[in-house]
Structures are given as C-alpha cells and as structure tokens.
Write a protein that binds this ligand. Structure first.
Ligand code: FES
Length: 187
C-alpha cells in the first residue's frame, strides 16, 4: 500500500512542483494589485483637472491662437491667449479633441500661464505641468506635449501679428495650420 502511495505521490510531484513555482507569481500579482490600488494610474490632481477642467472655451479677438496636433494619436488642441500691452497674459482658454490626460494637462497649463509674462510662460513646459499634476503615466506623457506646443504656437501667432520676435521661441513644428501636409506625409 505504501508503495502505491509513494507512486501516487511521485506521480503528483510534477504537478506540485509546478504549483510551487506559481506561488511567487501569485504573490507578485497580489503585490502589484496592491500597488495599483494604493497608487492609481492617475493622480488626484489629474482626475480633478480632467473632471473639472479650468479655462475651457474661446477668447474672441485673441492676441494669439495656436492649434496643434499630436502625431501619435491624431488629437488636436487649440489655445487662445489674451496678452496686454505690457506682455502679460491676462487670459488663456483652450479647446481640445483629446484624451483625459490632454484635458488635464491643458487645464493645468492654462492656469499656470495666466498672469505670467511671455518669457515666464515659455517656462511652462510639459514637464513643469506634469510635475504640477503629480505626474502622468509614461504612456500619457505625449499627451502633455499638446498644451506646451499649443501655447508656443499661440505665442508665435501673437509675435507674427505684432511683428515681434520672442526670444527662445521656435516656430512650432506641429502647428497644423502650417504643417498639415508634412504631418500627413509622415504618418
Ligand atoms: Fe491623444 Fe492623449 S491620447 S492626446
């Protein structure tokens, strides 16, 4: 009888070994789930700005308007700037055909540039906006570029309209008014 049990035991051995090997996997899975629960994909600030976006809309007779497209996903962002005679951004609004991360970053970016000088507004990079939002998941970083690029495009438009040069401002690459054909060729 004991021989039978032994045989049965050894027959089950590969199964048991396989099960034992799964234990670390099961453990890892549980730990990952726990991390996910404690650190959800989006920060509270991102969720707040996504659900209650600030500065959505248009500015009539804006000093500068910038419209850019995100080549990765095809989403679009437009930013309106109202700049006074002293070069201070009095108001800033946005409209987007973009994802939640694009909405949240644009909402935060518009809040950050309001009341700033043009030079200060150039420092509102996508990195600065992401930091202000307590981060974004890596796959969503490209979405945060829309706001930065649209602000630059709006500043470029302002500079063009007023015949001035803004130090440190490059012609926006993804301005879809200008680069539509190039973009279409690339993708
Ligand atoms: Fe397009 Fe985020 S996926 S802007």
């Amino acid at each position: 009888e004991s021989a039978v049990r032994k045989r049965g035991g050894s027959r089950n051995l590969p199964y048991l070994k396989a099960k034992a090997r799964q234990i670390p996997l099961l453990y890892t899975y549980t730990v990952n789930e726990d991390i996910e629960r404690k650190h959800p994909m989006y920060s509270e600030k991102v969720m707040d700005h996504f659900q209650h976006p600030r500065n959505v809309g248009e500015i009539e007779n804006a000093s500068g308007v910038g419209t850019v497209g995100n080549a990765k996903c095809g989403d679009i962002m437009r930013i309106y700037l109202d700049i006074d005679d002293n070069g201070i951004i009095r108001d800033c609004k946005f409209k987007t055909f973009g994802c939640g991360a694009a909405v949240a970053t644009s909402s935060m970016a518009t809040e950050m540039v309001k009341g700033k000088s043009i030079q200060e507004a150039l420092e509102v990079t996508n990195k600065a906006v992401m930091e202000a939002l307590d981060g974004l998941p890596p796959v969503k970083v490209h979405c945060s570029l829309l706001a930065e690029e649209a602000i630059h495009a709006a500043l470029w438009d302002y500079a063009q309209k007023n015949g001035i040069t803004i130090e440190g401002l490059q012609k926006p690459k993804s301005d879809i008014h200008e680069g539509e054909e190039d973009e279409a060729e690339e993708y």
